[in-house]
Design a protein around this ligand. Structure first.
Ligand code: PHE
Length: 406
């Protein structure tokens, strides 16, 4: 079969090999190769360090309570990822444009919430699930198609709330907010926080927690009181529960001052070295970091800041290179598909893909112009190398997206 003739969500990206010779599979090689990397299980990696710092908070405040899972398979059923957590049949997150499908019934989980229902029916009352999650998205310094989340769930019984004079939902919501405010202080020190009303199919009421950090409001996590239907299906009609989900990269980038999300995947020794992340000697700034970041993570952050010059030296030392491309789009064009093709050619050398011009002519044809930023985090790219990448990108975009280059 000719791969480019098979279309779903506007594009067939999968390669013609045994595993992925299937029109309903949109998992390309660069994504496939991330399975099993488990950055969150590396104790000397910023994602693992952050996971451990969050574990520490739960271990201190709820000794021996939370069961921890960080090794659940990221390949899950559509039922686990969507149906079990009540995601409506027509929700956009189910589309091939947003989610990686292995076949029509199997996806790469797009959130750790995919494990909620099974763990609940398995009888777990307090648990944390950490894992890699996968989402098709556009390309910039804070978005990468693979990232890491931690999910937390706590179940209450009638005895827990009856004495409080509150109903179960109000009791759980209050407990949830207290728990997560404590977590935010553990990680960020005494910061200003605010709760924003939100919507998730699996919780009601739902909230987002934001903290004021370095002069900006930063969204830290999503959470809420678990929908009663989920508990009912898990044989837990008499219980009430709360749940939260947080993105580890987003927090690690802020805490460790990591400028680009691709750095988490760097195999450059200067990034992965134990020295950078753990054994940097303590300096005179110790008390400063502990004032700003009280708690154990202050140690880690201090180490990072001391080593930051190393990180910046090799990251900011290399300039980006910009290339523009324009084409007439068709009805099935999406930016996520474009980004997948660009990443398929340029891998982690692409830093950003940005729409810079968009117009429709009198015949009703729409043209888009995208600016692609190329930059290596590890070395200088040559003009020849970038030109070749750009020619390959143009070629692949034309073939795989059926657009007309201008
Ligand atoms: N799964 C949600 C997300 O990925 C986060 C979340 C988890 C929200 C649990 C509420 C409860 O954005």
């Amino acid at each position: 079969p000719v791969a480019s003739l098979l279309e779903f969500g506007g594009v067939k990206i999968a390669k013609d090999d045994v595993v992925r010779d299937d029109p309903t599979n949109n998992v390309p090689d660069p994504i496939f190769s991330k399975l099993g990397m488990q950055l969150h299980r590396r104790n000397q990696h910023p994602i693992g360090i952050l996971k451990n710092a969050i574990y520490e908070y739960f271990d201190t405040n709820y000794p021996n309570k939370f069961d921890k899972f960080d090794d659940l398979c990221p390949i899950v059923s559509v039922k686990q990822n969507f149906d079990d957590v009540l995601v409506p049949a027509d929700h956009v997150s189910r589309s091939y444009n947003d989610t990686y499908y292995i076949d029509p019934q199997t996806v790469l989980r797009c959130h750790t919430s995919a494990h909620q229902a099974e763990l609940l029916s398995g009888g777990h009352n307090h648990f944390l699930v950490t894992g890699d999650v996968y989402r098709r998205d556009s390309i910039d310094s804070t978005h990468y198609p693979v990232f890491h989340q931690m999910e937390g769930v706590r179940v209450f019984s009638p005895e827990d709330w009856e004495a409080s004079g509150l109903d179960g939902t109000a009791y759980a919501a209050e407990d949830l907010k207290k728990c997560l405010e404590g977590l935010a202080r553990h990680l960020f020190g005494s910061v200003e926080m605010r709760w924003i009303d939100a919507y998730f199919p699996f919780t009601n009421p739902s909230y987002e927690l934001e903290i004021y950090f370095k002069e900006k409001w930063l969204e830290v996590l999503g959470c809420g009181v678990t929908e009663q239907e989920i508990l009912k299906r898990g044989g837990r009609s008499n219980n009430v529960a709360w749940a939260f989900g947080l993105g580890l990269e987003r927090l690690a980038m802020v805490l460790f001052d990591i400028p680009d999300i691709r750095l988490f995947w760097s195999t450059d020794e200067r990034f992965t070295s134990q020295d950078l992340w753990s054994s940097v000697p303590r300096s005179l700034t110790y008390s400063y970091f502990h004032a700003v970041f009280p708690g154990p993570i202050g140690d880690q952050i201090q180490a990072i800041f001391e080593a930051k010059s190393v990180l910046q030296l090799f990251y900011f030392g290399f300039p980006p290179c910009y290339k523009d491309m324009s084409f007439w789009i068709n009805e099935s064009f999406t930016e996520n598909n474009l980004c997948e093709v660009v990443r398929g050619v340029a891998g982690d050398l692409v830093e950003e893909v940005q729409l810079i011009d968009n117009f429709t002519n009198k015949k009703g044809m729409t043209s888009h112009c995208y600016r692609i930023a190329y930059r290596s985090m590890e070395r200088s790219l040559t003009d020849d190398e970038i030109n070749e990448l750009q020619w390959n990108v143009r070629d692949q975009v034309e073939k795989k997206l059926n657009v007309v280059l201008r």
